[in-house]
Ligand binder design. Sequence first.
Ligand SMILES: [Zn+2]
Length: 182
Amino acid sequence: MFMKSCAVCNSSNLNSNVIDKVFNYEGFEAVVHGYQIVECMDCGEQFTDPASDKMAEPIIRDLHRRAENLLTSDQIKLIRQAYGFTQENLSSLLGGGLKAMARYENGSVMQSRSMNNLLRIIWDHPEVISSLYQYHEHAFSPATTLPLATVPYQLKVTGYSLKEPAPVYHAGNYANDFQEVG
Ligand SMILES: [Zn+2]
């Protein structure tokens, strides 16, 4: 248990529980399974486990993304992987710092709307990648050379399209942001 006595009444008569915690935002809902809470059996106060709060952070970030019509972390990852980019490759190409994609994908940072637009544009129009590369070639170090020779304007993964986010999703299986076409 993450606490020994109640922070409100100091009682040590505590009960630990695992719940499905529901988060709501602008009509969208996320259910986080395995949320640890502690309930005080004397005063009834409930406390959430800081580790569970930490676990929920990227899920809540995705909840906000959905509500604000931004790409989710899984969608960003799929766009990147579809072109065969490493996180650093794509971060170099689009800007925002070498760790940008890693942070968007692990949910520690929410992408700006302009970055979101860029990601949508490279998804819808693969040909813009070559012009981006052309303009920014000088900025690439040997370690972040883009795999354009092997992937010329072509999606490596085909048969997928971005799906509209569902109004309700569950942590753990909320990655169904893509559906197969045909
Ligand atoms: Zn208490």
